[in-house]
Design a protein around this ligand. Structure first.
Ligand code: SF4
Length: 470
């Protein structure tokens, strides 16, 4: 995006050597120790820093704040000093990269009482992307602290290379669907009405932030019903369960609240209907996914296929009586490819009256297609185990746009941002909109953003709540 290297201000010469050793491409400037030297340096260096794409303050920190050890890295979310609070919105990018580099990293505010230079030095470039990192050192600086600062410098180089103005495209719809909103509300209302603990079988939706939040409010997540006490209040997740799981919960006298998405429940009904009419059922889906496990349990003669190759060799009892259903969160193109092979093999193939791939999955994929051509990179907010988020990545890549699945801003790979002048940001149906907002704010810490929303459709779907929590 720019040929000029980032600037790193370091109070000490040894710190500058460590930074230059780790990332020779960075321009290092020694600014002197203490507030007064830092204040003068900031004034003297202002013009030089203004020409750089980004400016970092890096060095050692001594004495360390309690509980930190030599070699730990502190990334400032803000510095609080004589000029008030200066925030660093791109700090999560640096924190995440340092963490992946194997450093012990802590993120939080730094005050001028902890660090006698940064609050003054950041004033050298008030309108540039800035970040402050400090490595915990003992009184004299040690080899451990030196090495940690050297490794930190590599991350700062990647951060500076990613800095610059960019366009952000937000496809709409993105983030929560009606089934996910309903499932979360079920747990929230159960906690309100019945009090903690409320047990939930499996992740209520596939997002670790949502699960952690509900856990903090009294939800207890278990893998199987026998991990919840007899008689406990137990919520089934949005992905649905098999009849065997329902029976196990009934046997334990558990008070079940079923948060299965109505569109997943529809697929279960289809399987039962086809099985009752004597069809062998082929389920198009991904093995080990919670939804697939639940759907498979609905009939004895049901086969799982994931790819056209699977479909080409799936064995069925009666080739004249074959039906198919699909997981709700697949890519439409993948489903079409698999169903085409099935239809070729079984000309009498029957399927659902309307697509099983749900409206929310389709809409989010359509929205990604609408921006893919214009993006250098698509960030998809969602957890690794979120099927519909994974599919958004695939849809973008199939359209020729590199895509990156991230749980939050810390997971963004700086190398992928470098050179990406237009970045799309979307979210799977299980990812909170607030995380998308935080990702955009983090990108804003790398330079000015020109933000556009592109809407393909407005969603109005709402599902009613189970009667136990209405
Ligand atoms: S993605 Fe579709 S099937 Fe899954 S919870 Fe949302 S609306 Fe229901």
């Amino acid at each position: 995006m720019t040929a000029r290297p980032g600037i790193v201000l370091t109070p000490r010469r040894a710190e500058a050597r460590a930074v230059a050793g780790g990332a020779p491409g960075l321009e290092t400037i020694v600014t002197g120790v203490g507030p007064e030297r830092s204040r003068r340096s900031a004034i003297n260096l202002a013009a030089r820093c203004q020409g750089a794409p980004a400016m970092a303050v890096a060095g050692w920190l001594h004495p360390p704040p309690p509980s930190l050890q030599t070699g730990d890295v502190v990334v400032a979310t803000e510095v609080v000093g004589p000029f008030g609070s200066v925030p660093f919105p791109s700090a999560p990018l640096v924190t995440g990269a340092l963490d992946r580099a194997g450093l012990r990293v802590h993120e939080g505010p730094v005050t001028s009482a902890d660090d006698g230079e940064s609050a003054w030095l950041v004033e050298a470039a008030p309108d540039r992307p800035r970040v402050v990192v400090r490595v915990i050192a003992d009184e004299h600086g040690t080899l451990g602290a030196y090495r940690a600062l050297r490794r930190t410098a590599r991350v700062l180089a990647a951060w500076a290379a990613a800095a610059g103005p960019r366009t952000v495209l937000l496809p709409e719809p993105r983030s929560f669907c009606a089934g996910v909103e309903r499932a979360i509300e079920v747990v929230e209302r159960a906690l309100e009405r019945y009090g903690a603990p409320v047990y939930v079988r499996r992740q209520i939706i596939h997002n670790r932030h949502v699960v952690a939040d509900l856990e903090s409010r009294g939800a207890v997540f278990v893998e199987e019903v026998d991990e919840a006490p007899e008689g406990a209040r137990l919520v089934f997740s949005a992905h649905g369960v098999s009849p065997a799981v329902e029976a196990a919960a009934a046997q334990r006298g558990q008070a079940v609240i079923d948060a299965t998405c109505p569109l997943v429940a529809k697929v279960h009904r289809e399987v039962r209907r086809f099985a009752d009419r004597g069809y062998g059922v082929v389920l198009v889906g991904h093995a080990h996914h919670d939804e697939v496990e639940g759907t498979i349990g609905e009939a004895a003669d049901i086969r799982l296929v994931s790819t056209p190759d699977d479909a080409a060799c799936v064995a069925v009892a009666d080739p004249d009586r074959v039906a198919y259903v699909t997981q709700t969160t697949l890519a439409l193109d993948d489903v079409a490819d698999v169903v085409a092979v099935l239809r070729d093999r079984f000309p009498g193939l029957v399927g659902p009256a309307a697509d099983d791939v749900c409206y929310a999955t389709q809409n989010r994929q359509d929205a990604v297609r609408a921006i893919a051509d214009d993006c250098d990179l698509l960030l998809v907010v969602g957890s690794q185990n979120s099927s519909n988020s994974q599919r958004l990545v695939e849809v973008a890549e199939r359209a020729g746009c590199p895509a990156h699945l991230i749980d939050d801003a810390r997971e963004i790979d700086l190398a992928r941002l470098a050179g990406a002048a237009t970045v799309g940001v979307t979210a799977g149906a299980s990812a909170p909109a607030a995380i998308v907002d935080r990702v955009v704010a983090t990108l804003g810490g790398l330079g000015p953003l020109d933000i556009h929303t592109r809407t393909v459709t407005a969603e109005t779907v709402r599902f009613s709540l189970p009667e136990e929590v209405r």
